[in-house]
Design a protein. Structure first.
Length: 226
């Protein structure tokens, strides 16, 4: 993470760089979920605790960046996009980090370990959700290039293709969630009801993380359309 200059100075050079940095931090929180899930499956509680702390640190850093963007984003920008759209973009990006922390927090707090029959599907689902977040980051990293070319030309087409890929990745997570819930449903009778409720909640939160990443692409598409 870039930490060399105050946010105000960053905005002095570019109003977009802090927004891109924010998405990078949010994605870093999400990326740690793979290792966290594996630690839980291995019953490595110490490692899971360490990873939760790292995720929490990234989530806190994302919150700080979000607040700084809100405070420092100039109110008079000579940009082809409204200031309110950029602020909304940051709010959506922030949800990625929030969901990552919520997922890890619930699982660690309840010392949750999914049934072994769900391990493979859960890891695949987690990886797919994280891939969606990473694709959103890749798209946002093109935002400064879009501004340079005035949201016209080949760069627009390039970003639109990235957004289409983001939509495909999120659609894949929807299908995986359905399959995973179906497998869990078949195991419900042999599991504690309260545990089942939280299993479904974690699956839902992972899906929400992917949804938020897709919404980043949707917001970027709106910026392009304007």
């Amino acid at each position: 993470m870039a930490r060399g200059n105050p946010l105000g100075n960053l905005f002095g050079r570019s109003p977009i760089k802090p927004i891109q940095e924010h998405m990078q931090v949010a994605d870093q929180a999400a990326q740690l979920l793979t290792a966290f899930m594996q630690a839980k499956m291995d019953d490595d509680w110490d490692r899971a605790q360490e990873l939760y702390q790292e995720i929490s640190e990234f989530e806190r850093e994302a919150d700080k960046l979000k607040r700084s963007v809100r405070r420092h984003l100039p109110k008079s920008l000579f940009l082809p996009v409204p200031r309110t759209d950029l602020l909304e973009l940051v709010s959506i990006q922030d949800q990625v980090a929030n969901y990552a922390k919520d997922i890890a927090g619930i699982m660690l707090g309840r010392k949750m370990r999914f049934p072994e029959k769900l391990h493979k599907g859960l890891m695949e689902f987690t990886a797919a959700c994280i891939a969606t977040s990473n694709q959103a980051l890749s798209a946002i990293n093109e935002l400064d290039e879009l501004l340079e070319v005035g949201f016209t030309g080949r760069e627009v087409k390039r970003v639109e293709n990235m957004i289409k890929e983001l939509d495909k990745l999120e659609a894949r997570t929807d299908k995986q969630a359905i399959v995973l819930r179906g497998k869990l449903f078949k195991l419900e009778a042999d599991l504690p009801p309260v545990d089942v409720m939280f299993y479904y909640q974690v699956i839902g939160l992972l899906g929400s993380l992917a949804d938020s990443a897709e919404q980043v692409g949707d917001r970027l598409q709106i910026l392009i359309a304007r």
